[in-house]
Write a protein that binds this ligand. Structure first.
Ligand code: SAH
Ligand code: AVI
Length: 332
């Protein structure tokens, strides 16, 4: 099995915090290395962070508008009613760091509460933070916005002016669910170090629910999630010169109640060979590439995970159906 230089499993599936890497290296060498490591592993897999090129980020936004994908509108509903309560937990004049900011849509509700003087959107996708920064500066003229394009599974530098400000953090969108639980703990510890002691971290957590609801959310009738999943193959072709035939793969997503996660896969419809970075990758018919896990927690199981990472849960808000939780944690 091909391993990354650090000897770790590929990318998000086994996060290890490493020195910061430059953006162009992420796109080229690290992407190629992670793809080869994932496609030569058994079973085959690819890290979900690579979904988010320009097309993938746009498709994710489309997913959030499908009737089946409840997490976004449910979390927005919680934030709409609880934003001022949540923001009251931030120290006045705080810098708010958002991990995986995407369109920065949800954070606006927290910014509206007026406690925060600086906002740091962090995202692996270059489009999100930079485009949104201009709009945010227009809509919040007194807010300092410092967009950061970085992979938050690695350590990265915070903008210098933040050194003097108290910090708070937010990771909405159940992005935390895309980590293995052990990696979620490692990520939370890393975030705690960046935020400083006794700081508040607000986490969006998708909750365990009826399998039919979960299966529908990741298999929308319009096929947007399928396009989002298959876009990974188009991206590998475009950026790494591979020759995947995306039409010969199909989207698969299902809830595994034992592991409490939705798994996404790309299933090879036929026996085939694909050339990737000078390697020939063989697929059996029906063999899959495991592209994403999306863990679903209970309020209690997530609180236990957070405690394991040195955080104390201080408040939890849920929607009336109990589909989603926003948990405020305080670092030790
Ligand atoms: N916060 C938004 C977006 C969630 S989608 C919302 O709640 O709707 C997940 C976001 O995390 C995407 O914008 C993706 O580009 C980003 N992301 C995923 N893995 C990442 C990583 N390893 N480092 C930085 N950003 C990442
Ligand atoms: C960003 N992440 C939390 C989404 C999720 O639900 O796991 C990504 C996604 N995958 C398929 N649909 C949405």
């Amino acid at each position: 099995m091909s391993r990354s230089p650090a000897g770790r499993q590929p990318a998000d599936f086994a996060m290890a915090l490493q020195p910061a890497v430059a953006r162009d290296q992420i796109v080229d060498e690290v992407f190629a290395r992670d793809v080869i490591a994932g496609l030569t592993a058994r079973p085959k897999r690819l890290p979900p962070k690579y979904f988010y090129d320009e097309t993938g980020s746009r498709l994710f936004e489309e997913i959030t508008r499908t009737p089946e994908y409840y997490p976004t509108r449910t979390e927005l509903g919680i934030l709409q009613t609880r934003a001022s309560e949540i923001a009251r937990l931030f120290p006045p004049g705080a810098a708010l760091i958002e991990f995986g900011s995407g369109s920065s849509r949800k954070v606006r509700l927290l910014l509206d509460a007026g406690r925060v003087c600086a906002y740091v959107p962090v995202d692996i996708s270059a489009q999100g933070p930079k485009q949104e920064a201009a709009r945010l500066k227009r809509d919040y003229p007194r807010l300092a916005v410092f967009p950061v394009v970085a992979d938050f599974t690695h350590s990265f530098r915070l903008p210098r002016p933040l050194a003097r400000l108290p910090r708070a953090g937010v990771i909405p969108g159940t992005t935390i669910g895309n980590f293995e639980p052990a990696q979620a703990i490692a990520f939370l510890r890393h975030a705690a170090r960046m935020l400083g002691s006794a700081s508040v971290f607000v986490v969006g957590v998708d909750l365990v629910k009826d399998a039919a609801v979960l299966n529908a959310a990741y298999n929308d009738a319009a096929g947007i999630t399928a396009k989002f999943n298959l876009n990974l193959l188009y991206r590998i072709n475009r950026e790494l010169g591979a020759d995947f035939d995306p039409a010969s793969f199909s989207h698969q997503a299902f809830f595994d109640p034992e592991r409490s996660r939705v798994e996404m896969h790309l299933v090879s419809r036929v026996r085939q060979r694909v050339n990737v970075c000078g390697r020939v990758i063989e697929f059996r018919a029906a063999e899959t590439i495991h592209t994403e896990n999306s863990y679903k927690y209970t309020v209690e199981s997530f609180a236990a995970l957070a405690r394991n990472a040195g955080f104390e849960p201080i408040e939890t808000w849920t929607d009336p159906a109990g589909y989603f939780a926003v948990q405020a944690l305080r670092s030790g």
